[in-house]
Each structure stands twice: as C-alpha cells, then as structure tokens.
Ligand binder design. Structure first.
Ligand code: GDP
Ligand code: ZN
Length: 322
C-alpha cells in the first residue's frame, strides 16, 4: 500500500523540494511529472511561477529509498511574491517573472536599521505594499537604535504607528526590544526580510540560537542582475513557531499590482480616494485629486507619497507586460 504523508516545504534547491512532516522529520522530494508540465507551460507564457514554494503544505508518496514524490500542493492561505530578478536573455522591457518567496504566512517582519545601512523607508514601504496586497500582517522592526543617539528614528516610529502598523525598536547590542520581538514571532509562521546588514541574523540568533545564522557576512550576491539561487529557507524554532529567512532577497518589487490598485495598499492614501475627481486617478498629475490635496494640507507624509510615486513608476515600466 502506498504511504501518503503530509508536510511543509521548507527549502528548495534546484529540483529538490525539502519537506518536513508534523514530527519534524525531513524528506527530500521531487515533483510529480504533471506539475513539471504545467510549469513549462507557464514559463513559455512568461508567467512562470515556482510550482511549489517554501511554506506550501503538500502531500507526498514515499519511495523505497526514503525520498518522496509530491503529488499535491494544498491551496495557499496567502503568499508573498515579487518580480524575479532579471533572468539572462530576458532583455525586453518589462519581461519579468513572478517569484514566490513564501506561502501560508502569519507575519512579515520588516527589519530595518537606524544606520549602517542607512534607514531605508522606501524598502519598508515596498514590503508593506507586498504584505498589504497579500493579506499578511506586517510588523516593522527598527534595529540598531544604539547607533542613533539623537533618536531621529522616533519620527519614523511615530509615522508608521500613526498608520496602524506595529513598530518595534530594538538593539541587539544593548539587548533592547528583543524579547518583544519574540512575543510577536511565537506561535506564528514569520517571514523575516529586509536589506542585508540591518541585523536580521543577529536578532534571530539572539532569540533562537538553534538557527545559527551567519552574522555580518559579505553578500554572496555576485554581480548586479545575475540570478542567484539563494532562496528562502524555513526553520522550526519552537513547537509552533517558524522562521523564514530570506538571504537572497534584497530588493522587493511587488508583483502583479495594477497601477490603479496601488493606492489601496497605502493606508494613508486610500483614505482620500473617494475625493478624487476621476475614478481612474493615479494621484500624480490628474486635476481634482483628493490625495494630492491631502498631501498639500500635510495630511499625508511626503515620504510616503514619494514611495508611492516610485512604485507607480516601477509599475508603469512594466505596463508592456500586464
Ligand atoms: P543581516 O544581514 O540583516 O542578517 O545582518 P547581521 O545580523 O549579519 O548584522 C550585520 C552587522 O550589524 C553585524 O556586524 C552585526 O554585529 C551588526 N548589528 C546587528 N544588530 C546590531 C545592533 O542592534 N546594533 C549595532 N550597533 N550593530 C548591530
Ligand atoms: Zn487622485
């Protein structure tokens, strides 16, 4: 009799899908041929998505040698994806593929730092848009507060809190805020992302030494534009707590968001959409725009509006391909 096992994909390396079952036992699986066929079809149309991704709940058959064959991928509760880094040969403008980073998430932890590297609110806003459009709860962590003696970062804390986001201030060096982070992670499946060097690994190691992540290593990203094989990896750190580390993810271009929908994922902008004269308004150059009016009146942060415009521009560049 065939043995069918249920599990969760925690790592993908080329064609190997690593899965753990409920007890934590690990299996190396391949995908049943049917999926491969669907995949190549999608690839031709340049809509290629990863067939299975980290976080997917799957059913697999066990081979005699202990490896498995995935025969079913369960529907995803949610997933976060981005435009894949440019592939070799994909020279045409806008020719971008979707890369699913992870699925079935409870939290997206967006880690940034006050300094070294410089605070990057553009990236935070990009990840917020990805989280909002995927219906995953975002939490912002502002790390390395020990490096900001003047507490300039407090302005950002205020801004994001005023939008209703959870914001945590931390310093691994001074052991501030780390325990609060643990409370947020516990019992959840957490995708942890942010620019390289902000202290993701340091934060996670201090909470879960078992992770043993490499700290302060120089980026293994070769030259710009090349395709790295480093993908996200999920690790179980506690009975019901999972951490998905994203070492290869340094940029985030949300995928599949239409120009006219973008403002819905900016909480502060979306309040004023009803006041725009045209319902196709992109809140940029159109007359009678409620968002621009709110901006003029200081009701919307200039920084947030600039992030919106930057994303709008990225989407327009890809119009060809929508
Ligand atoms: P990651 O690339 O986001 O995983 O960042 P790492 O955890 O590798 O940290 C990058 C560098 O920042 C390392 O040299 C860490 O020791 C340092 N670092 C991490 N957290 C803090 C912090 O709270 N304060 C200061 N001053 N340095 C930190
Ligand atoms: Zn408008």
């Amino acid at each position: 009799m065939e043995v069918v096992i249920e599990g969760t994909v925690f790592k993908i390396e080329s064609k190997d899908y690593y899965v753990f079952d409920e007890s934590g036992k690990e299996f190396r699986c391949s995908l049943k041929g049917r999926f491969q066929k669907e995949f190549s079809l999608k690839k031709d149309k340049l809509y290629a998505v990863d067939i299975a991704c980290v976080g997917d709940k799957v059913e697999f058959d066990l081979n005699k040698d202990g490896s498995g064959v995935i025969k079913q991928i369960k529907p995803r509760k949610n997933y976060i994806s981005r435009k894949a880094p440019r592939l070799k040969g994909a020279g045409v403008r806008g020719e971008r593929l979707e890369q699913i980073i992870a699925s079935n998430l409870d939290n997206v932890i967006i880690v940034s730092s006050c300094d070294q590297p410089k605070f990057n609110n553009r990236l935070i806003d990009r990840i917020l848009v990805a989280a909002e459009s995927s219906h995953v709860q975002p939490v912002i962590v502002i790390n390395k507060i020990d490096l900001d003696k003047k507490h300039n970062y407090k302005l950002w804390v205020q801004l994001y809190k005023s939008l209703g986001y959870g914001v945590l201030e931390s310093s691994v060096v001074e052991k501030i805020g780390v325990i609060n982070l643990k409370k947020i992670l516990e019992g959840k499946t957490n995708l942890v992302c942010g620019q390289s060097g902000v202290g993701k690994s340091s934060l996670l190691n201090s909470l879960y030494p078992v992770l043993n992540l490499k700290v302060g290593t120089i980026s293994n990203y070769t030259s710009k534009g090349t395709h790295t094989t480093v993908t996200s990896v999920m690790k179980k750190v506690d009975v019901n707590t999972f951490i998905i580390d994203t070492p290869g993810i340094r940029e985030m271009d949300p995928y599949g968001i239409k120009k006219e929908d973008l403002s819905h994922y900016f909480r502060d902008l979306s309040e004023y959409l009803n006041e725009c004269k045209f319902n196709t308004c992109t809140h940029y150059h159109e007359p009678g725009c409620g968002v621009v009016e709110a901006l003029k009146q200081g009701k919307i942060s200039k920084e947030r509006y600039q992030s919106y415009l930057n994303l709008l521009e990225t989407i327009e560049e890809d119009l060809f391909f929508s």
